[in-house]
Design a binder for this molecule. Sequence first.
Ligand SMILES: NC(=O)c1ccc[n+]([C@@H]2O[C@H](COP(=O)([O-])OP(=O)(O)OC[C@H]3O[C@@H](n4cnc5c(N)ncnc54)[C@H](O)[C@@H]3O)[C@@H](O)[C@H]2O)c1
Length: 277
Amino acid sequence: MRNLFSYEGKRCLFAGCFSGMGEAAARIVRELGGSVVAADIRKPSGFDYESYHEIDLRDAAAIEQLVSETAASGPIDRVFYCAGLPGTRPKVDVMLVNFIGLRHLIEHAVPHMQPGGAAVSISSGAGMGYMGMQEKVGALLELDDPAAARDWVVKHQDEEWLEAYSFSKMCTITWTIRRAATLTPETGVRLNCTSPGPTDTPMMPSFVEQSGQAFFDAYPKPIDNRNSTSEEQGWPLVFLNSDAASYVSGENLYTDGGACNGMMLGAIQLDLSSLGR
Ligand SMILES: NC(=O)c1ccc[n+]([C@@H]2O[C@H](COP(=O)([O-])OP(=O)(O)OC[C@H]3O[C@@H](n4cnc5c(N)ncnc54)[C@H](O)[C@@H]3O)[C@@H](O)[C@H]2O)c1
């Protein structure tokens, strides 16, 4: 039987693989026989790679160079965009790394990809409210140019509704769903994202700093009453970009044990009464 989960012969561009979910996904891809072109602001050491590109994903020109260099040295079969910054960082940086750079990198990579290729990125359960924010999210999504998108964020950054982390994640989910609708029929490249719940990665302490331990104590953890691990987030990313998911596109996959879907239908309660909320 053909193993559709295999990555043999697949060359994967990883943006954000020094630590956390990206590192875990890259390690799994290597174990499944794929090769990894690693791009991060810090040099990974947890797996072996074909090449490493030091990059600051806030920089659109650097993203274009990364994609050109990667395409010049071989095929781009899969893209994994796993980089991110927490909401404790400056708003413009958060929007640049979490959404504007993500979109720019994938848009630049797709013309170099073949039908059957795929790109996946990481959103968050924090973006769950995207349906109610379509007007504002849509205004940013109209600005394809990264500099124009950045200017829009600078202009709106002091407005009360722009909580950069959750807004960046709403943008990622919305863009993934909307963009896949044209991208996949036109190019044969699939586009998906995951929305993890709280996960024990180096980013977790920043979330606790921002929202408080009591919030995360109260947050639903349907599986074993624990956070997920990087590996538990890596595998769904690897699945979505594998041939086993050949008919999956425009999907935002909640990888949170059922928490967000449960909360959206009222089947799971987020009880913040202990926080006075
Ligand atoms: N940990 C959680 O609980 C959680 C929950 C939901 C979503 N997420 C999302 O998962 C994704 C991965 O985060 P993680 O939890 O694995 O944390 P992490 O901090 O381990 O990973 C983030 C990665 O992004 C890289 N990075 C950050 N800024 C960069 C820049 N300017 N240029 C290049 N690389 C840069 C880091 O070096 C690191 O490799 C993020 O998008 C995050 O928002 C995390």
